[in-house]
Ligand binder design. Sequence first.
Ligand SMILES: Nc1ncnc2c1ncn2[C@@H]1O[C@H](COP(=O)(O)OP(=O)(O)OP(=O)(O)O)[C@@H](O)[C@H]1O
Ligand SMILES: [Mg+2]
Length: 398
Amino acid sequence: MMSELLLGLSLGVLAILFLIYQQRNSTKKQAVRFTSLASERSNFENLLAEAQKREAALSVILESMTEGVIAVNRGKKVVLLNSGAERIFGVSKKMFLNRNLIEIVRNTRIDEMVSQAIQNRSRLAGEISIAFPKTQVLSANAIGISMDQQDISGILIVRDVTDIKRLEHVRQDFVANVSHELKTPLTSIKGFIETLLEGALRDRERSESFLKMMDEDASRLERLINDLLELSQIESREITLKLEAVDIGLEIEKIVLGFQNQIKKKRLTVHNHIMKTAIPQIKADRDKMKQIFINLIDNAIKFNRDDGSLSIKAQKLNGSLIEISIEDTGIGISKNNIPRIFERFYRVDKARSRELGGTGLGLSIAKHLAEVHGGKISCESNFGKSSQFTVVLPIFKT
Ligand SMILES: Nc1ncnc2c1ncn2[C@@H]1O[C@H](COP(=O)(O)OP(=O)(O)OP(=O)(O)O)[C@@H](O)[C@H]1O
Ligand SMILES: [Mg+2]
């Protein structure tokens, strides 16, 4: 009986011990589970912070790009648009998110490019001219995303290449123009030589007049080549300036004297107001500076009307710069031509300028010479009435 009781007791103790053990074990398991949950949570937080950091970095990169980037979904609705795209297409992010791509790009070629890229999951590139918000040439890339990620099916990347295209055109025009300008007098000289060889040589009077014309053509070729050499020298910044203090009023007075014949022929009146103004001396290479004003005064006379006038003024802009202006009463220059007249060979009326002996290099030489002095040239005009060219040059400081 006693032994039965003892057995029962020990079994009871064993059961309690087992229960305690089980309890302990499950608390331990729970504790382990809690710890792993906490570490999972901190891992998750780390991942989130990492993703947020990565997103912030991507957004900084996207916003600082000069290229325009637009991401669209399968229905070509805009889901992302960076500041580059805002600038190029003249739109604002707030207003255009979730709108159709065509409403932003306002160009069917770009819209179609993106559609095709999405459809074929391919990459398309092209150069496209757009008219809104202003005329621009864009280099466009449309990329179809192979697996829709974050609802993005296509990306459009555009770069404004308007300036590069314009420079390319200028260079092409330059080569074409040089060849043409060289060819014209050469063809004429060859023509005269042929006529002389065919017998005109024996006619003294005719041959003399032919030689005079050949001399004119040869001088034109020489002038053209000299201008081109000078221009390329200034442009490559190979020239060394002999900087000194120059009295601008006096130098302009001498230049005007050199043009007396042309001035008389057109019965022009020249007012050199600088002579009566107290203007400090400028810091310049005398000959190069004179070349700027020779070119400007030559134009102001050539493109003036008979009985017209020329007004030359100067004023201090600040402690270090002087502004010299030459105003004529000539044919004027239309607004759309003003930005182009400083280009090499650009002439508003080619035939008229050539007739007057011009090559169209005068203003581009003047512009570059002003720039190597640390100055600049600008032009304003009242079309049909007058033109005013303004040169800014540095003051000589002792
Ligand atoms: N004062 C002016 N009034 C009206 N048009 C002008 C004036 N100055 C320049 N232009 C226009 O700008 C063009 C370019 O001028 P630029 O001096 O470079 O060439 P050019 O005078 O024709 O030839 P070059 O100077 O080589 O003899 C001229 O052909 C003319 O159409
Ligand atoms: Mg000229």
